[in-house]
Design a protein around this ligand. Structure first.
Ligand SMILES: [Ca+2]
Ligand SMILES: [Ca+2]
Ligand SMILES: [Ca+2]
Length: 215
């Protein structure tokens, strides 16, 4: 046995630190990693030919003008009932007389699509506009989605709660874009295995301290 240079208080602090470091890593990863539409599809969602909308919704940009450039969320995984922060990056154009840009944010909660936000925008010329919203994810574990939509409308909302995709036959517009980002909802109980492993590791650390540390 060797005589440690640490005193008893230092060892206690070392044990506490070594206990909290791994558990903070376990709990922060992957929750703190922001995510984008481009991350979801593996290529830039500004690409007009990319089908970056789930299933039968057409993600391919229609028309060469207004489109969704990117969708940002503040983390890639959430606990049930967490708050998510979403930002849509819209490329708007001056849509001309009697027309406005309709913009929508929809959320797929594991069961169906929910309208989170909608707005009419009438930019005087081309511009990039960011729209952010926060809302609470639901309790269903699994894959959830957020969709940003822009479409050239006639000063009214073409889409409503039952029309979550700017796609024929939902809209007569031939200028629109749907872009999706996906994330995971996972409950604390899914971390039981990691917690057991963490407990085993901290026990081993304590054993090592007990073996090599003498008063
Ligand atoms: Ca699609
Ligand atoms: Ca798209
Ligand atoms: Ca796009």
């Amino acid at each position: 046995m060797f005589k440690s240079h640490f005193n008893r208080i230092q060892v206690v602090f070392l044990i506490i630190f070594s206990a909290f470091l791994p558990i903070s890593i376990v709990y922060s990863y992957p929750f703190q990693t922001p995510k984008t539409c481009s991350d979801t599809w593996g290529t830039s969602c500004s690409d007009s030919s990319l089908d970056d909308a789930l299933d039968s919704c057409n993600g391919i940009q229609m028309g060469a003008s207004e489109h969704v450039r990117e969708v940002y969320i503040n983390a890639s995984s959430f606990h049930p009932n967490d708050i998510i922060n979403v930002t849509c990056e819209f490329q708007e154009v001056d849509p001309g007389l009697a027309k406005k840009e309709e913009e929508y944010i929809y959320y797929y909660n594991g069961f169906g699509w929910i309208l989170i936000w909608k707005g009419l925008s009438d930019p005087p010329k081309d511009r990039i506009r960011y729209q952010s919203v926060t809302f609470r994810v639901n309790e269903t574990e699994g894959t959830h989605w957020v969709r940003c939509i822009i479409l050239r409308g006639n000063n009214i909302y073409d889409l409503d709660h039952m029309k979550y995709c700017a796609n024929s036959p939902y809209t007569s517009s031939n200028h629109y874009d749907n872009d999706d980002v996906k994330f995971t909802v996972i409950s604390d109980t899914s971390f039981v295995g990691l917690r057991l492993f963490y407990g085993w590791i901290t026990n081993k650390i304590n054993e090592i301290y007990n073996i090599f540390w003498t008063v």
